[in-house]
Design a protein around this ligand. Structure first.
Ligand code: GLN
Length: 194
């Protein structure tokens, strides 16, 4: 499977490493001429969502990625990636990809808890380690969205037909199960659309 990893900023190298361990063909997407039309899925990493958005506009990658998402491309966003994929942000409107009908609150755990690790249940997987870094959480989900994980009463992972989002960083642990979940989701999507 060919997975593009948006590599403008943030934790893209760790995602590429997780995908490579799962024998997926992972490569960086940095500029318009990179083969985004020829991928089975895309990962949008953590980092800083406003900076990443600006770089997406500057590189002219924003619009083509937005149309691919609208056409059903499977995309996995972690942390800042989740913020960019959400339909709404609770604070300032972000103007993101509008990929999944959720509202997220940025830096939602406040200063005290800005970074933490915890083990919690993830739907269909079981207990996994979750690393949070200045993370958002999901405040509202709408009809076609399934919640996949809850930590201390806050929703931290969700999916719809083609989008998967986590507030935490699976790429920063040795556990590959969420990446594997994404690869399975791609295969299921393909079977569905065929
Ligand atoms: N706080 C960052 C933002 O608002 C996200 C942090 C992360 O991706 N680790 O974009």
């Amino acid at each position: 499977m060919r997975i593009g990893v948006l590599s403008l900023q943030g934790g893209f190298a760790e995602h590429i490493s997780s995908l490579t361990k799962l024998n997926a063909e992972a490569f960086e997407i940095r500029k318009k001429s990179d083969p985004i039309g020829n991928i089975d899925g895309l990962i949008i990493p953590g980092g800083e969502s406003t900076v990443m958005r600006k770089l997406l506009i500057d590189t002219e990658l924003f619009d083509p990625i937005k149309s691919l998402i609208r056409d059903g491309l499977p995309v996995f966003g972690t942390c800042a990636g989740m913020i960019l994929l959400a339909k709404n942000t609770a604070d300032n409107p972000m103007g993101g990809f509008d990929g999944i009908d959720i509202t997220v609150k940025r830096n939602a755990y406040g200063r005290q808890l800005s970074s933490f690790m915890i083990e919690e249940e993830f739907a269909d997987i079981g207990r996994i380690p979750m690393t949070f870094i200045r993370a958002p959480y999901i405040t509202t989900v709408r009809s076609d969205v399934r919640i996949l994980a809850i930590v201390n009463g806050t929703k931290v992972a969700a999916e719809n037909k083609n989008i998967l989002v986590t507030a935490f960083h699976p790429e920063l642990t040795e556990d590959l199960s969420v990446h594997q979940y994404f690869l399975k989701k791609i295969l299921m999507n393909k079977a569905y659309f065929r």
